[in-house]
Design a protein around this ligand. Structure first.
Ligand code: ATP
Length: 480
């Protein structure tokens, strides 16, 4: 089996597990589904909430100078003129006239460069890559990308045809109408990022939370993008959730803050989400937005390729300055000690919750062959696991269920736990392994005599005895 076959199979297995065990479902599936929209099921919502809590705690509660907000999805339309989204939040698209399939022009060229590299044509790949970088930086990027595709005679990946339209820019923002009168003035957008809700609240948060520079504002919320190219399960969706933090600093100090946040965010993925460090890589943007002075992405080695999960960007004073210009409101910060006045610079950390979710699943997915059968174990960090413990009476008689039920009721107010008395104990362990439950407690006949239960560890299968009265303290310690 080739590497790609294995990777494809792995992705198929993860998607199937997600559906079978209630992590993620295709949205409105009974109607045939809606492209690139997904619903989180009973276990999925637990895992997703745990990821969000891990982020929220690390980014707000553990920093006395970062406050959280939850801004509205719809904002005054001028917000998006100021941010530049109305004018330029678009992707360069090109259509294959033969197959009618639409591609992102930049992805097409990247794919072509990868093909050249695969064929060992390193020099040629380098030459095309240099021209690609030049095209992306040119004043008329759309035209330059088109010319490169034509010059290199890049063929359509699906039909093999060389029958392209021009490259055109498609705006990614969804719009809708506000109020009863459907005219231009009533157009509002579904936010394509949560960041702008933070920028427009710069002063309200600063004043109400009594913040002094440097300080940050954090937010978790839905964002919407009319992505033409969808796919890779929940990796690229049209409705998704972002976890963003904007950190306001004094101009001139931004690069130190940038380095600090780069390190902090990479560590968070490793320590708080438990991602294997070798699966995370840094990517430095070669092409910077005109207002940015540094930009790196954290990428994860997904089965379908190494792709972005988070961006860490130094955005200068661009956003606040533009809001000052478009709203006519003062966005300056006055330092009461030094008496200096300035528009703060911003370091942003912008992560996709759904991509983090997919990364966590891919990283935790493990197969072990047991009795000739593949045995799936989701080796999730216990803090992230949707269910923390399974509670099993060994049999449905001899008073064992009563003890197990009591334990279940005692624990359920503190932890997400599951009671299961169906099937053999081995099957019950397996059901919990497959969804990442780190511990299982079994009540057996010894419990009747000595008040102890068996605790079984998911990753090793090791078992030990524990006093019934110790179970809550055991879980508290393991999950802290
Ligand atoms: P890409 O290049 O993959 O489209 P991006 O650079 O446009 O991503 P940003 O605008 O930096 O992404 O958004 C910040 C984060 O939001 C990304 O790192 C990603 O985790 C998440 N994100 C962006 N677009 C989507 C999407 N369509 N579906 C799911 N998550 C997304």
């Amino acid at each position: 089996m080739s590497k790609t076959d294995t990777s494809e199979k792995l992705m198929e297995k993860i998607v199937s597990l997600c559906k079978r065990r209630g992590f993620v479902f295709q949205s409105s599936e009974i109607y045939g589904g809606l492209g690139a929209c997904y619903d989180y099921g009973p276990l999925g919502v637990e895992l997703k909430n745990n990821i969000k809590t891990a982020w929220w705690n690390a980014m707000t509660r553990e920093h006395e100078n970062i406050a959280g907000i939850d801004a509205a999805i719809m904002m005054h339309p001028k917000t998006w003129e100021a941010s530049g989204h109305v004018q330029s939040f678009s992707d360069p698209m090109i259509d294959d006239k033969t197959s009618k399939i639409r591609y992102r022009a930049d992805h097409l060229i990247e794919g072509y460069i990868k093909q050249l590299e695969k064929k060992g044509k390193t020099e040629e790949a380098k030459r095309v890559n240099d021209e690609f970088v030049k095209a992306q930086n040119s004043d008329d990027m759309t035209k330059a990308l088109y010319e490169l595709i034509i010059k290199e005679q890049i063929k359509s990946p699906d039909s093999g045809a060389f029958n392209w339209t021009e490259v055109r820019q498609f705006n990614l923002m969804f719009s809708t109408k506000l109020g009863a009168v459907a005219d231009e003035a009533g157009i509002v957008y579904l936010r394509p990022e949560t960041a702008q809700g933070i920028f427009v609240n710069f002063h309200t948060v600063r004043e109400s939370a009594r913040m002094k520079i440097p300080f940050g504002i954090a937010q978790i919320g839905k964002a919407f993008r009319n992505e033409i190219v969808k796919g890779n399960f929940i990796f690229r969706m049209i409705e998704f959730e972002q976890m963003e933090m904007q950190y306001f600093v004094k101009p001139g100090t931004q690069l130190d803050a940038f380095e600090m946040w780069k390190e902090t965010r990479m560590n968070w993925h490793i320590e708080r989400l438990g991602i294997k460090p070798e699966n995370l890589v840094w990517y430095q943007h070669e092409k910077l937005a005109h207002y940015a002075d540094a930009a790196f992405d954290i990428k994860y080695k997904f089965p379908f390729g190494t792709e972005e999960i988070e961006g860490i960007h130094s955005r200068t004073d661009f956003d606040l300055r533009r809001h000052q210009e478009y709203s006519g409101k003062n966005m300056m910060y006055s330092d009461t000690e030094t008496k200096e006045k300035y528009i703060p610079y911003v370091i942003e950390t912008s992560s996709g919750c759904d991509r983090n979710f997919l990364m966590v699943l891919c990283d935790a997915y493990t197969e072990q062959i047991e009795d000739g059968e593949p045995h799936v174990i989701l080796k999730l960090k216990p803090e992230l696991a949707p269910v923390k413990a399974g509670i099993f009476p060994l049999t449905k008689k001899d008073g064992l269920p009563e003890i197990a039920e009591k334990l279940y009721h005692d624990l359920k107010r503190h932890f997400k736990v599951q009671y299961d008395d169906a099937g053999s104990i081995g099957k019950r362990y397996y059901r919990q392994d497959e969804t990442g439950t780190p511990f299982c407690f079994t009540i057996d006949h010894d419990t009747l005599n000595d008040q102890t239960v068996t605790v079984r560890y998911r990753d090793t299968g090791n078992q030990e005895r524990l006093n019934l009265s110790q179970v809550k303290a055991f879980l508290t310690e393991k999950l802290s």
